[in-house]
Design a protein around this ligand. Structure first.
Ligand code: NAD
Length: 494
């Protein structure tokens, strides 16, 4: 059985805790590997390595740090298929989806190649007579990333690219369900010329996470995962004096107005709800359909569902793979069992006719979902789309704003004025106008509102650079006898 260990100081390091986790092959339901789960002492040892690597890396000039990112960009580009096949094997997502994940992750490495420009400060000449004031951005030290199972390559890239380019050293604690992409990234960063010790992968579970959150040499924690854990990470790490950004879960609504192109809306929602088996934090899980078009829209969605090819990634042409574990598949299926008891209508039941092996569930469609029903309220994180009928824009908007989550949302309409009003009114961090999955490009930043983000800096892009650096302001004057006097008053310039 394949064993996945840790990547520390530029090499694979076997775990010593004696604890390990199971890596499944979701498409077959079989165990394919085991992963070492680090003890607090092993985490501490990895942090010591990253701490020792920090002074030389932060002193490495900007051009050289950028050069490492440029080389990493070429290596990830050349290894797209290799990374994607690791994702397909351990996560289950089909190859086209996995390649999309790598492409969106790669954007973040490309963004970080611009680090000499991104870290520029400001300069004010003659702020007072003979006095100049300027600010510089400096790295924080050893920073950590803790990532979820659903984007095992892209989410680490959201974090480490800016963190390393800005001069920090990095501890990555990937999801224990699919750590191989992170281990491969470690090898690629070494090939790209990153000095040993600057990027380390510590595999583990809660014990490793808690060791990171409490360690005095960790300056900042970047987290992506479910809302209860995000809240826990934020509260624990900030209580230990760390800078934290903790992105949580989601329940994304798409509002379809009567003037929308219904075929376009149906194509979009089917793609956004069932892509990656609904295991995306930006998946659409609720359609708010205005009454006058609800029947027609539901019919168009239901027509499209049987055409979705569900099966293993190994079979070319499949569009939707299995869920991550059997346990998660059963949990998602339990929402279907409960939906009718709650008063909703099961239009398409994804439990029918599923492949015999693996953790599969087919796409499901539920009508008449309402607030207060579990199927409406909970983040299901599977291929289950609910439809809630609304009287119009105002009711739809109200439901979105009442949701405790605020990650992504979309409006489908041909009316530019209403769309503009929506972007003004809606209390959500990422908004799509006739775009169902509005994940920002890497030169903007990614982040939700409300229970979808704890902390105030969004992920990657300009916020990512802010998060992984701190500003220092220097007020300077060079010896000039003409301006030198004793003055005990508070410094002022008038
Ligand atoms: P998760 O919260 O279970 O796990 C995320 C990370 O936290 C993993 O590394 C895991 O090992 C660790 N962890 C889990 N339980 C812990 C505990 N009790 N104490 C300390 N650490 C713990 O999330 P997941 O199931 O891997 O991923 C799916 C979730 O992530 C969904 O809720 C999804 O919406 C969310 N997500 C959010 C975004 C976003 O950008 N907002 C992006 C992707 C995924």
């Amino acid at each position: 059985m394949k064993r996945i260990s840790h990547w520390i100081d530029g090499k694979v390091v076997e775990g010593t805790s004696g604890r390990s986790g199971v890596i499944w092959q979701p498409a077959t339901g079989e165990q394919q590997a085991s992963v070492d789960l680090a003890s607090a002492a092993e985490v501490s040892a990895a942090i010591a390595v990253a701490k020792a690597a920090f002074p030389a890396w932060r002193a490495t000039n900007l051009s050289r740090r950028a050069e490492v990112m440029f080389r990493m960009r070429e290596l990830v580009d050349a290894n797209r298929k290799e990374i994607a096949s690791l994702l397909s094997s351990e996560h289950g997502k089909v190859l086209s989806d996995a390649l999309g994940e790598v492409a969106r992750g790669l954007e973040n490495i490309e963004f970080a190649c611009g680090v000499p420009n991104l870290m520029k400060g400001g300069f004010s000449e003659q702020a007072s007579t003979g006095v100049d004031v300027y600010n510089i951005r400096q790295p924080l030290g050893v920073v950590a990333g803790i990532t979820p199972f659903n984007f095992p390559a892209m989410v680490p890239m959201w974090m480490f690219a800016n963190a390393l380019a800005c001069g920090n050293t990095f501890i990555l604690k990937p999801s224990e369900k699919n750590p191989s992409a992170s281990m491969f990234i470690g090898e690629l960063l070494k090939q790209a010329g990153l000095p040993d010790g600057c990027f380390n992968v510590v595999n583990g579970d809660k014990e490793a996470v808690d060791a990171i959150l409490c360690h005095r040499d960790i300056a900042a924690v970047s987290f992506v995962g479910s809302t209860p854990i995000a809240k826990y990470i934020y509260e624990t790490a900030t209580a230990n004096g760390k800078r934290v950004q903790a992105l949580g879960g989601a329940k994304n609504h798409m509002l379809v107005l009567p003037d929308a192109d219904l075929d376009m809306a149906a194509d979009a929602v089917v793609s956004a709800a069932y892509g990656s088996a609904g295991e995306r934090c930006m998946a659409i899980s609720v359609v708010l359909a205005v009454d006058s078009v609800a029947d027609a829209l539901i019919a168009k969605i239901a027509d499209r569902i049987p055409n979705i090819q569900v099966g293993p990634a190994s079979h070319e042409g499949n569009e939707m793979g299995p869920l991550i574990t059997g346990e998660h598949r059963d949990k998602v299926a339990s929402y279907l069992a409960g939906a009718e008891a709650e008063g909703a209508t099961l239009v398409v039941d994804g439990r029918d006719d599923v492949p015999a092996d693996g953790f599969f569930l087919k796409p499901s469609l539920i009508d008449n979902a309402k607030p207060g029903m579990k199927v409406y309220d909970d983040e299901i994180f599977g291929p289950v789309l609910s439809v809630t009928r609304v009287s119009g824009y105002d009711e739809g908007l109200q439901l979105i704003n009442d949701s405790p989550y605020g990650n992504g949302t979309a409006i489908f309409t041909r009316d530019g004025g209403v769309a503009r009003q929506f972007q003004f009114d809606v209390q959500v961090g990422m908004v799509g106008i006739n775009v169902p999955v509005p994940v920002p490009v890497s030169y903007y930043s990614f982040g939700g509102w409300k229970a979808s983000l704890f902390g105030d800096q969004h992920m990657y892009g300009p916020d990512g650079v802010n998060f992984f650096t701190r500003s220092k302001v220097v007020t300077s004057r060079w010896p000039d006898p003409r301006t030198s006097t004793v003055d005990l008053g508070f410094p002022q310039n008038r």
